[in-house]
Design a protein around this ligand. Structure first.
Ligand SMILES: *[C@@H]1O[C@H](CO)[C@@H](O)[C@H](O)[C@H]1NC(C)=O
Ligand SMILES: *[C@@H]1O[C@H](CO)[C@@H](O)[C@H](O)[C@H]1NC(C)=O
Ligand SMILES: *[C@@H]1O[C@H](CO)[C@@H](O)[C@H](O)[C@H]1NC(C)=O
Ligand SMILES: *[C@@H]1O[C@H](CO)[C@@H](O)[C@H](O)[C@H]1NC(C)=O
Ligand SMILES: *[C@@H]1O[C@H](CO)[C@@H](O)[C@H](O)[C@H]1NC(C)=O
Ligand SMILES: *[C@@H]1O[C@H](CO)[C@@H](O)[C@H](O)[C@H]1NC(C)=O
Length: 422
C-alpha cells in the first residue's frame, strides 16, 4: 500500500467516526492529492460524546450530480449559477439548498418529497411561474425556516408553505394579490417581504394570524389602502411607494411595538393628530406625500422625514404640546415643502436633542416668484446626511449604542439586510 492510500483510509475512518465530512465526495485522483511527505494533521478533533444528530455514514455519493456538496458541511448543497431548468434530486439530509441564479420555471410535486430536513431554500433569480408550481411543494418540509423566492415571475404566493416557516422573501415577482388563504397557518413568520410586486389588494385578515410578524415589507406595489388587521407584534412596516391616500384613524392604535414606519411616496394628505402616538416609534418617513398639517410626535421618535409634502407652516405646539424636554428627536427633514421661513425656535425647547433640521429648497407656491431658501439648522456641513435621497433605502439599523447625529443609511439593496433587525 502506498502512503497516500493509507492517508485516504485514515481520512475515511475519521470521517465515518465523526459523521461530519464528505470526504468520499471527492474524486481522489483529481481533487485530493495530498503530498505524501507532508505529515497529515487533521484539523478536526474527536468528541465521542457529541451527538451530531446525523447518521453515521459517508454521504457523498448522494450529492446531486449537478450540484456541489462541500466537505465542510454535510447539510448544505450548492446548485446555484448552473443554468438548471429543474430541481435536482435532494438527499434527505440536506438543510440548506442553494438554487439561486438558474433557469428553473417549475417545481413538481415530487421535487422536495425526500427533502424532509430542509430548513432553507434559496430559489431567488430563477424563472418560477405560478402555474408551473404544483400545489403544496413548499409544505412538505416540516422544518423549513426560510424560503427565498425573490426575483422570479410568480403571480401568486405559492401556498401552502410549511407552517414552520419564519422568513419569506417574495420580492421582485409579479404577485398582484394576497388572498386570505395564502398565508394561512403561518404562525411563526417574523419577516415577510413582498416589495416590488403588483399587489393592489390584500384580502381581509390575510396577515392577522401571523402573531410573530416583526417586519412587513410591501414597498413598490399598487396598494390604494393600508393592509387591514396587522398583527400587534409588528416592529417594522414598509409601505413606501404605493398609492395609499388615507390611513384609518385607529390604524396604528394597537401596534404599540412599531419602531419604524416607512410610507414615503404615497398620496397621504392628512393624518389625525395623534395617529403616530406610539411608544417605541423611532423612525417615521412620510416624505413625498401631500400632507399640510403637522401631527403629534411621540417622545421616542428620533428621525422624522416630511420632505416633499405641502406644509406651509409647521406648528411646534401640535408636535409637542408639553415642553418637558423628553422628546428624543434628533433629525427633521422638511425640504421641498411650501415653508416660507424656519420653524419656530420653540422647536429647540421641545426637541433638546435635535441635531439637524434640513430645509433644503422649498417648492414655489402659485403666485410666488421665488424659491424659498431657508438656512438649515445647523449650518450645511452638519446637515450633510440629507444629501442623498435616502428614503428609498432599507431600514437603518437600530442596534447602535448612542444616538449620533448621522442617520445610518444602509446603501445596499441586498435582501439580507432585512435580517439585520433580528
Ligand atoms: C426519493 O427517494 C426514493 C427512495 O430513495 C427515490 O427512489 C426517489 O427517486 C427519490 N425522489 C426524489 C425526487 O428525490
Ligand atoms: C439567496 O440568493 C441570493 C442571490 O444570489 C443571495 O443574494 C442571497 O444572499 C441568498 N440568500 C441567502 C440567505 O443565502
Ligand atoms: C413555531 O415555533 C415554535 C418555537 O420556535 C415551535 O415550538 C413550533 O413548533 C413552531 N410552530 C410550527 C407550526 O412549526
Ligand atoms: C415606485 O414603484 C414603481 C413600480 O411600482 C417603480 O417603477 C418606481 O421606480 C418606484 N419609485 C420609487 C421612487 O421607488
Ligand atoms: C412587543 O415587544 C416586546 C419586547 O420585545 C415583546 O415582549 C412583546 O411580546 C411584543 N408584543 C407583541 C404583541 O408581540
Ligand atoms: C398651533 O396650533 C395651536 C392649536 O391648534 C394653535 O392654538 C396655535 O395658534 C398654533 N400656532 C401657530 C403659530 O400657528
Amino acid at each position: 500500500m502506498d502512503c497516500s492510500l493509507i492517508l485516504h483510509l485514515a481520512l475515511i475512518l475519521i470521517c465515518a467516526s465523526q459523521g461530519l465530512c464528505q470526504y468520499e465526495g471527492y474524486d481522489y485522483d483529481t481533487d485530493y492529492e495530498p503530498d505524501p511527505d507532508v505529515h497529515y494533521r487533521p484539523s478536526i478533533h474527536f468528541h465521542h460524546t457529541v451527538d451530531y444528530n446525523v447518521p453515521n455514514v459517508p454521504y457523498a455519493t448522494d450529492c446531486a450530480r449537478e450540484c456541489y456538496c462541500p466537505p465542510s458541511s454535510i447539510v448544505t448543497m450548492y446548485c446555484d449559477n448552473r443554468k438548471l431548468k429543474t430541481i435536482p434530486q435532494i438527499p434527505s439530509r440536506i438543510q440548506q439548498l442553494y438554487l439561486q441564479h438558474n433557469e428553473i420555471e417549475g417545481v413538481d410535486r415530487k421535487s422536495f418529497i425526500n427533502a424532509t430536513s430542509l430548513r432553507e431554500i434559496n430559489l431567488s433569480y430563477n424563472k418560477l411561474k405560478s402555474n408551473r408550481i404544483d400545489s403544496g411543494v413548499f409544505a412538505t418540509s416540516p422544518h423549513l425556516h426560510q424560503i427565498i423566492l425573490n426575483n422570479n415571475d410568480l403571480e401568486e404566493i405559492p401556498s401552502p408553505i410549511s407552517s414552520s416557516v419564519e422568513r419569506i422573501f417574495l420580492g421582485s415577482n409579479k404577485i398582484n394579490k394576497v388572498r386570505e388563504q395564502d398565508l394561512q397557518g403561518l404562525v411563526n413568520v417574523t419577516m415577510l417581504d413582498l416589495c416590488n410586486n403588483h399587489i393592489d389588494n390584500i384580502k381581509g385578515k390575510a396577515l392577522s394570524k401571523m402573531t410573530r410578524l416583526m417586519q412587513l415589507n410591501i414597498c413598490n406595489n399598487k396598494l390604494i389602502s393600508v393592509p387591514a388587521s396587522l398583527p400587534t407584534s409588528l416592529m417594522y412596516l414598509s409601505l413606501e411607494n404605493n398609492s395609499i391616500s388615507k390611513i384609518p384613524d385607529d390604524y396604528f392604535a394597537k401596534l404599540t411595538n412599531l419602531t419604524a414606519i416607512r410610507m414615503s411616496h404615497n398620496k397621504i394628505d392628512e393624518v389625525p393628530l395623534y395617529m403616530f402616538n406610539l411608544p417605541k416609534l423611532m423612525e417615521l418617513n412620510l416624505g413625498h406625500n401631500k400632507l399640510k398639517r403637522i401631527f403629534y410626535i411621540p417622545r421616542s421618535l428620533e428621525h422624522l422625514y416630511l420632505h416633499d409634502n405641502e406644509f406651509e407652516t409647521i406648528n411646534i405646539t401640535l408636535m409637542c404640546p408639553v415642553m418637558d424636554q423628553t422628546h428624543r428627536l434628533t433629525y427633521l427633514r422638511v425640504d421641498q415643502n411650501r415653508l416660507k421661513g424656519p420653524v419656530s425656535t420653540l422647536a429647540f425647547l421641545c426637541f433638546p436633542h435635535i441635531q439637524s433640521i434640513y430645509y433644503g429648497e422649498q417648492k414655489r407656491s402659485a403666485g410666488d416668484s421665488q424659491t424659498h431658501l431657508i438656512p438649515s439648522y445647523p449650518l450645511p456641513d452638519v446637515a450633510r446626511y440629507a444629501e442623498d435621497d435616502d428614503d428609498d433605502d432599507d431600514f437603518p439599523q437600530y442596534h447602535r449604542e448612542e444616538h449620533g447625529p448621522i442617520v445610518e443609511e444602509v446603501d445596499n439593496e441586498d435582501e439580507d439586510d432585512f435580517q439585520d433587525y433580528y
